[in-house]
Write a protein that binds this ligand. Structure first.
Ligand code: ADP
Length: 528
């Protein structure tokens, strides 16, 4: 699979390079044609040569000063090859620079101001050739019969040319060289192109392979590994996005696992918590049946108590009645507990459901809290709890789901009543600052171990046994102890309170310690 991918990219690149090669060849040919076309433009034959420009019939009038000023050289020679006038470079040096033979003796070139015929011819022949950096020209004055030869430095000349001697002997050789050069050029270009395409393909294939391996790992559910691609190109950006994606998937996997674990734990907690009261119900009913079957309850009960084999006396029969009553009570209390657990569970699951929405309405929160307290008043007074309330008279507005929030307030107040002894003070106060509404429900009762102050809001979390034990030692609360036993908490009350408060975009905090009471503070946003 990898191999195929590699090959494909390589082939694509190769085709692209071939196209680029063809294009560069065409561009090369066009460029060379342009170069040839414009070659020699600066020294175009349409421009008159310097010799032509300076020519005068009287050679003494030739502007030799201009030539010297511009670092040029001039020489006037008659038909007898006598030098009539010269300026700039020494005539011998001038001729030698054109002929290009340093070895020649100066005297051989010019003898008694007369130029040697042989060297003159060589001079004329070479004069037509270009001399690097100079523009040489010759003009013959036909009326006065003299030559003017000039050598002027060029300012700008654009030269591109191939000189081919078309003599038949060297043409095949020249052609071979041209073909060889073109062939070598093509081979070198092709090898370069091949190597370049291989290297470039490598730079694509390596990060692609990394990405491909990464995707494979994602497919296998391994989101932890990150792709590492170095450099500064799109692959790096792609790998970063890829790593972000795997982080997200890893996070979601973790969340899924947490939800799944939560669900399993919830089922375990529910079954555990339901098991006790239901076992109690079954056990109590079994005991009832035993008492009923063992004792004779089938006799006619028309005021006369019938004694049979099983009863020795009236006391025994009364005891059996008490037993029966006791076990029925136990069964009833256990079913009450199971029922309250299921109700709380239903409430908690309803709030947990992401589709559940609060029915928020703008209300006067002060009035609402007053009504809640009113509804709890009987319970508070019956338990001998002292209530202190500080609710402002002027309205404080908030968006509240009245039904749900009432449940939260009820849970908090009934906890204070349920877990604390007679004479405990419960204070409920409400205040408002610029941004927040603060509702405090506090008591000075037995409190909760402070290590539990945050975790107590999680479901099925209950206070330490110490709370209960401590209460059982207090004889004045004998009845309440009984009550706790009957309606043993579900451990869901505070979890429900927190859910409800959070769903009102609020927060709840607890300050507590053993024997220091509980201070529950609810913070809500103001909505004036
Ligand atoms: P439940 O009351 O059903 O057990 P909660 O979530 O309402 O569940 O309370 C959790 C625990 O916190 C209780 O079991 C109790 O030990 C403790 N608790 C709550 N409120 C108070 C309070 N006002 N005073 C003392 N203990 C409290």
């Amino acid at each position: 699979m990898k191999h195929v991918r590699n090959k494909r990219i390589y082939k694509t690149l190769m085709i692209n390079y071939l196209k680029a090669f063809a294009l560069s060849l065409i561009l090369g040919i066009i460029s060379i044609t342009i170069l040839f076309t414009f070659s020699g433009y600066a020294s175009s034959s349409e421009d008159p040569s310097y010799a032509e420009k300076f020519m005068k019939d009287d050679y003494n009038e030739i502007d030799d000063e201009y030539i010297i000023e511009h670092y040029g050289t001039m020489m006037v020679v008659n038909d007898d090859l006598e030098i009539l006038k010269s300026a700039g470079e020494d005539p011998v040096q001038f001729m030698k620079s054109i002929i290009g033979q340093d070895v020649i003796e100066d005297e051989e070139i010019i003898e008694n101001s007369k130029i040697n015929k042989q060297y003159w011819n060589m001079f004329l022949y070479n004069l037509n050739r270009r001399i690097k950096g100079y523009d040489c020209s010759i003009k013959y004055n036909e009326d006065e019969h003299f030559y003017l030869i000039t050598k002027m430095p060029v300012s700008v000349t654009f030269i591109f040319s191939i000189d081919i001697n078309t003599s038949k002997e060297i043409l095949p050789e020249a052609l071979t060289i041209v073909v060889f050069v073109v062939l070598m050029y093509s081979i070198v270009l092709f090898i370069g192109m091949y190597l370049y395409s291989k290297i470039t393909a490598g730079t694509f294939v390596k990060p692609l392979r990394e990405l491909f391996d990464g995707v494979k790992k994602l497919e296998d559910g391994n989101y932890k590994e990150h792709i590492k691609i170095s450099g500064n190109n799109e692959f790096v950006n792609l790998s970063e996005s890829f790593n972000n994606l795997s982080d997200k998937l890893e996070y979601e996997k973790k969340m899924r696992k947490e939800t799944e674990d939560n669900r399993k734990r919830l089922i375990l907690d529910i079954s555990h918590d339901l098991k006790n009261p239901l076992t109690g119900v079954v056990g109590s009913l079994e005991m009832c049946m035993k008492v009923y079957n063992h004792d004779d309850f089938n006799g006619k009960d028309n005021g006369e108590i019938r004694l049979n084999n099983n009863y020795n006396n009236l006391d025994q029969k009364l005891q059996s009645h008490d037993k029966l009553n006791h076990y029925l009570n136990m069964a009833y209390n256990n079913s009450l507990r199971a029922n309250s657990l299921i109700e709380s569970l239903f409430e908690y699951s309803k709030l947990e459901n992401p589709d559940y929405e609060m029915n928020l309405k703008k209300i006067d929160f002060c009035e609402f809290i007053r009504l809640c307290i009113l509804e709890e008043l009987d319970e508070i007074e019956e338990a001998g709890i002292i209530g202190e309330y500080d609710i402002p008279d002027e309205p404080i507005y908030a968006y509240i789901d009245e039904k749900e929030f009432k449940r939260a307030i009820h849970n908090l107040i009934s906890n204070s009543v349920k877990y604390n002894k007679k004479g405990t003070v419960i204070k409920i106060s409400l205040s408002k600052d610029k941004d927040n509404i603060k509702l405090i429900i506090e008591d000075n009762g037995i409190g909760i171990d402070k290590s539990l102050k945050d975790s107590i809001f999680t479901r099925f979390k209950r206070g330490t046994q110490m709370n209960i034990t401590e209460m059982s030692q207090d004889k004045s609360i004998e009845n309440k102890k009984e009550n706790i036993h009957k309606n043993e908490g579900t451990g869901l009350g505070l979890a429900i309170v927190k859910k409800i408060v959070n769903m009102h975009s609020g927060e709840i905090y607890l300050e507590t310690d053993i024997n220091k009471g509980c201070i529950f503070t609810i913070i809500l946003k103001t909505n004036d």
